[in-house]
Design a protein around this ligand. Structure first.
Ligand SMILES: Cc1cc2nc3c(=O)[nH]c(=O)nc-3n(C[C@H](O)[C@H](O)[C@H](O)COP(=O)(O)OP(=O)(O)OC[C@H]3O[C@@H](n4cnc5c(N)ncnc54)[C@H](O)[C@@H]3O)c2cc1C
Length: 435
């Protein structure tokens, strides 16, 4: 018997590899996909999966598992979309331009469909179509590499000169911009609210939700036996999914943190427009991303919450438990400098809200969706790296398939890539910008 925190890497890799082909379903069910595979063991015979973390990754994974026939217990320390969580902000961008990456482009396409279906079911619109504009002050390779793939998949995108863009969006100044792309179907999602709607759906569809902090129990014969809840209870299950966002490295320090997924501080400001001025509301203003020396982006004021602006550059590592969520003067200076250049009407407007969030940055900016290397019944789901929210429902579906059908993840999301790339990561400690 070994404890989840002290197991050696060699032991982990050996036992994990031995269990890698294991599925929770009998072999004859594995090829079948949602909804609820025919013949899937049901009721008390259905596999029981405990999902730790009710952020966008864990919540959607729990819901997808339920819909594929599993019994699900969802656990969160502070609740779905809480203020400390990465999913806990008001809004998140959803857009399909992904630096020419087919896997992410396809995942976003699927996510668009699933978000639409979900909001229709909930009777609450959480996706707001504003369009997204990409402003390139220099090289626009990010867009050029994406265009063929987007067009091939029928995702609309227009190329605009700065003059054309200024006519379309007179509230934005395009000085120093070389080229602009408009993705008209893009927009933003109501973030913390949709996490709670997903959590409620989990309960409505037969899952159980518990609010408590959980930690992994012992690993025996390459399987995690249970999770222990603060307060004493333990949850035993056939499988465990840890979707702990910025805490994932703290829950598994010898695996996740050691392999370079870190929580980095990200400051977000909300600017109050002048009274009566609706040019920066969701009805008039698109989501925007400014590719300059740094990458800043913003979201029009949702439901009168103010015009959001943030810097996408990854900040310093933080402790998500104890960090005081107060933005830095430097973040305010950077935001104001960009407002003065691009949104002059907002340059001297007051900051009406602030938020300090965190990315869970993986060394290559890609997600981690794979088994724990030492526990074949345990999946690590994280590394959102500042671009995971939009994918929530598609990612949940993907992970549910891994868990219930024993499928292997795409190499991009695998744990093995950290092992292969560890020496390089250790040497450079450099993180790629997320796609
Ligand atoms: C400032 C900012 C801007 C972003 N912008 C975008 C964007 O525009 N578009 C986009 O797609 N993505 C964006 N992202 C990224 C996106 O928000 C994240 O990738 C996503 O929210 C990650 O979700 P998660 O479920 O992995 O983590 P979280 O939302 O942090 O959820 C983890 C949950 O686990 C719980 N938990 C942790 N440890 C335990 C434990 N031991 N026991 C029980 N519960 C536990 C926590 O309470 C939390 O609720 C942004 C992120 C930030 C910070």
């Amino acid at each position: 018997m070994t404890d989840g925190q002290t197991v050696t890497r060699r032991a982990m890799l050996q036992s994990g590899a031995a269990l890698a082909a294991a599925s929770l379903l009998p072999a004859r069910f594995r090829a079948e996909v949602a909804p609820r595979p025919a013949g899937m063991p049901s009721g008390r015979f259905a596999p029981h999966v405990a999902v730790i973390g009710a952020g966008v990754f864990g919540g959607w994974t729990a819901l997808s598992l339920l819909r594929k026939g599993a019994r699900v217990t969802l656990v969160d320390a502070w609740g779905a979309g809480n203020s400390r969580s990465s999913s806990g902000d008001e809004t998140r961008v959803i857009r399909a331009m992904y630096n020419g990456d087919p896997l992410y482009t396809d995942m976003v396409s699927r996510a668009f469909v699933l978000w639409r279906e979900a909001e229709a079911g909930w009777g609450r619109p959480v996706f707001r179509k504003t369009g997204a504009i990409y402003l390139f002050e220099g090289d626009d390779a990010f867009a050029r590499q994406s265009l063929p793939l987007m067009r091939e998949r029928g995702i609309a995108v227009e190329t605009l000169t700065p003059a054309e863009a200024a006519t379309r969006f007179p509230q934005i100044r395009f000085d120093g911009v070389r080229v602009v792309y408009l993705e008209p179907e893009a927009g933003y999602l109501l973030a913390r609210e949709s996490c709670e709607l997903v959590r409620q759906a989990v309960e409505r569809e037969g899952g159980t939700y518990t609010q408590a902090r959980a930690r992994p129990g012992p690993i025996e014969s390459g399987r995690l036996t249970n999770v222990r809840l603060e307060g004493g209870d333990a949850i035993a299950a056939d499988a465990f999914v840890f979707a702990c966002g910025p805490w994932l490295g703290r829950v598994f320090p010898d695996v996740v943190a050691a392999d370079g997924i870190v929580a980095t501080r990200q400051d977000v400001l909300y600017i109050g427009p002048p009274a009566g001025d609706t040019r920066f509301d969701e009805g008039s203003c698109p989501v925007w991303i400014n590719f300059g020396i740094r990458r800043l982006y913003g979201i029009p004021g949702n439901e009168r919450r103010g015009f959001k602006i943030a810097d996408d550059t990854s900040g310093l590592p933080i402790n998500p438990d104890s960090l005081d969520r107060v933005v830095t003067p430097q973040a305010i200076r950077r935001a104001r400098a960009l407002l003065a250049r691009r949104f002059p009407a907002l340059a001297s407007q007051p900051i009406v809200e602030t938020r300090v969030c965190q990315y869970e940055y993986s060394p290559d900016g890609d997600y981690l969706l794979d088994r724990h290397p030492g526990a074949g019944n345990t999946w690590l789901v994280g590394g959102g790296s500042g671009h995971g929210f939009k994918m929530g429902p598609a990612l949940g579906e993907y992970v549910a398939r891994l868990v219930l059908e024993g499928a292997a993840p795409d190499p991009k999301f695998s744990y093995a890539r950290f092992i292969e790339g560890r020496a390089r990561v250790r040497r450079t400690r450099q993180r790629k910008e997320h796609p």
